[in-house]
Design a protein around this ligand. Structure first.
Ligand code: C5P
Length: 335
């Protein structure tokens, strides 16, 4: 039995994309893109501890949709870091426990978030103090295009295939309501392929993707209505084409007073921007009553990326955060 002292717990947020411009398909099968990532306060919690063998166990609202085998990206991340370590000394295998609150296959980079958390957690567990953040980011980029951003957090520009991350100066806070359709998921490669197909059908040739100046200016001022007007996602039409219910969800939220709305990344999660916590409560309750069926959560952003919340050798046990704010019964809606 492992003692609490030998465990490391990391909290990691999900992301939405405030802007996503998709360029041409590259020879390596990825699309050149320019995106503005935004980390929001919907968290997975990832705990690592020494074990006799490698394993992953997933609980939480989305736990049953996550593979608990060698394909799990958190486990792949831990083993990749262990291989890097191997030339110095062997490290013990780990058991990874994930409390899954970020929608699975939802366009919020939940799998990438768990991978980022596993890297941060194992670095501390194995005392790999010589592994600096930029080296961790290099390993992260090899695991997936969104993984470096989940180490980073905040609001940031992503270029290349999304793995090159630069901070954006954004002060203040944005309030969001996130809608994830029940039994709805989209495969990222399929959404990119659908985007290419729709472009070909329309005879559109994508240019070099660039961050929107309008969005950057709105973020610098943290002007909610200006951010709402500048929200943009080149993958949105493709996601709607594959899951038409998304246009119903977008329209329902806008009718109920959202300042802006967009599909997050490759979808199908829909992010609604509102002006305050009160507006977020009103919208989430309205959507639960009148929108298409789905899981609805309130969140704010930007928030930091993967962070250790229980350190190795800490005598205090880890105390879990309250669960995310979901509207409706059971229990009152709290801020
Ligand atoms: O990097 P990641 O594993 O998250 O990417 C998953 C898939 O999404 C890629 O295999 C590719 O089909 C698609 N993708 C893309 N262009 C990007 C990022 C992802 O086409 N910039």
């Amino acid at each position: 039995m492992t003692s609490q002292a030998e465990t490391v717990t990391v909290r990691v947020p999900g992301k939405i994309n405030l802007g996503l411009s998709v360029g041409p398909l590259r020879e390596d099968g990825y699309h050149e893109l320019s995106t503005i990532y935004h980390a929001v306060s919907l968290y997975d919690t990832v705990t690592v501890q020494p074990a006799d063998d490698w394993s992953v166990h997933v609980t939480g609202p989305w736990g049953d949709r996550v593979p608990a085998d060698a394909s799990n990206l958190a486990l792949v991340a831990a083993r990749t870091l262990a291989r890097r370590r191997a030339r110095r000394a062997k490290v013990d295998p780990v058991r990874i426990d994930i409390d899954k609150n970020i929608p699975v296959a939802g366009g919020m980079a939940g799998g990438s978030a768990d991978a980022a958390a596993a890297l941060v957690g194992c670095r501390e567990l194995w005392a790999l103090d010589h592994i600096e953040n930029d080296m961790l980011e290099g390993i992260a980029a090899g695991l997936g295009s969104d993984v470096p951003f989940l180490l980073h957090g905040g609001t940031a520009i992503g270029t290349g295939r999304g793995e090159q991350v630069t901070s954006v100066l954004a002060r203040g806070e944005l309030h969001w309501v996130l809608w994830a359709g029940e039994d709805l998921s989209l495969s990222t490669p399929e959404v990119y392929a659908e985007c290419d197909r729709l472009r070909e059908e329309a005879g559109t040739v994508p240019g070099t993707p660039e961050p929107s100046g309008e969005l950057m200016a709105a973020l610098r001022r943290m002007d909610t209505d200006a951010v709402a007007d500048a929200l943009h996602n080149d993958l949105q039409d493709a996601a709607i084409s594959l899951q038409p219910v998304l246009s119903e969800a977008l329209a329902a939220g806008l009718d109920l007073g959202a300042r802006g709305a967009l599909v997050s990344g490759s979808g199908p999660t829909v992010a609604f921007l509102v002006g305050s916590q009160t507006e977020a409560i009103d919208l989430s309750v309205g959507l639960a009553a009148n929108g298409p069926h789905g899981d609805i959560v309130r969140a704010t952003g930007p928030v930091p990326g993967a962070q250790v919340v229980h350190h190795r050798n800490s005598p205090e046990p880890y105390r879990a955060l309250p669960t995310p704010h979901r509207p409706g019964p059971p229990g009152p809606v709290t801020g």
